[in-house]
Design a protein around this ligand. Structure first.
Ligand SMILES: C[S@@+](CC[C@H](N)C(=O)[O-])C[C@H]1O[C@@H](n2cnc3c(N)ncnc32)[C@H](O)[C@@H]1O
Length: 246
């Protein structure tokens, strides 16, 4: 696997995830009460893949989205892309154990610059990844570029629960329980970052505007479980016909 040239040590970078890679799956499952699987399943459905389809899973981490794609569409091919060598190493083991090495390829790199041809995927998905990307508009533009016209770009991201009767409880859990339990179980500050980065992430409506500015036509915005996560479904915006003169 090629190594990235410079080490990016920002919170949320691949280097931070290298430090928690071995515990990531367990912590994820514990702290979401196992709901992460359900949210991933729904996001993959939104990719609309058909048999033999080709998908790009950005910020693939330990490859759970890639494996879910194969579960839903056993004939598909997935490229999983992520800067964290350690997360990918865990993913490689899971892919091999599932006997899916012929269908899932994991590759190291960042979402902002994709080494893939334009229109080369039927769908691109990023689950709990766009929040970590330093240049989000660049990553969104790249997703719009590599997906074929009328393919799907799907984003699953943690969002701040803002409305509804149970939103205050969900916010308390996110702000007070997740960072403490995460730090205690993982002996890392990564879960403090989780809370602050979710707080700083734009509202679903504001983020959909960022997507539109990056060349995506947003088709739906679906809040999950009191709004703790949101699934954005989009496609590359059709090119506008040039304005005629005279
Ligand atoms: C919370 S994990 C998500 C993993 C996986 N998608 C899942 O469903 O569990 C976030 C991932 O984002 C990756 N990441 C950080 N910066 C990135 C970037 N610039 N481009 C792509 N992925 C990035 C990290 O290495 C990490 O594996």
């Amino acid at each position: 696997m090629p190594q990235l040239a410079a080490v990016d040590a920002r919170p949320g970078s691949g280097a931070m995830f290298d430090g928690i890679a071995r515990r990531y799956d367990v912590l994820n499952r514990l702290m979401s009460f196992g709901l992460d699987r359900r949210w991933r399943r729904r996001a993959v459905v939104a990719c609309g893949l058909v048999a033999g389809g080709k998908a790009l899973d950005l910020a693939t981490g330990t490859a759970d989205v890639a494996l879910e794609i194969l579960r839903q569409q056993p004939e598909s091919h997935v490229v999983g892309f992520d800067p964290s060598a350690q997360m990918l190493a865990v993913g490689e083991r899971k892919v091999a154990a599932a006997g899916l090495a012929g269908h899932i390829t994991l590759q190291q790199g960042k979402a902002e610059t994709l080494p893939f041809a334009s229109d080369s995927f039927d769908a691109a998905i990023i689950a709990w990844g766009i929040r970590n990307v330093a240049d989000r508009p660049a990553a969104l533009r790249e997703m719009a570029r590599v997906v074929r016209p009328d393919g799907r770009v799907v984003i699953l991201e943690s969002t701040e629960p803002r409305s509804g009767l149970l939103a205050p409880g969900a916010r308390f859990y996110l702000h007070h329980v997740v960072p403490r339990v995460g730090a205690w179980l993982s002996r890392e500050k990564a879960y403090r970052y989780l809370q602050t980065s979710i707080e700083a992430f734009p509202s679903p409506l504001d983020f959909s505007r960022v997507m539109a500015d990056a060349g995506l036509e947003v088709l739906s915005i679906r809040l999950q479980t009191f709004g703790v996560c949101t699934i954005f479904e989009a496609r590359p915006a059709p090119l506008q016909p040039a304005q005629g003169g005279s």
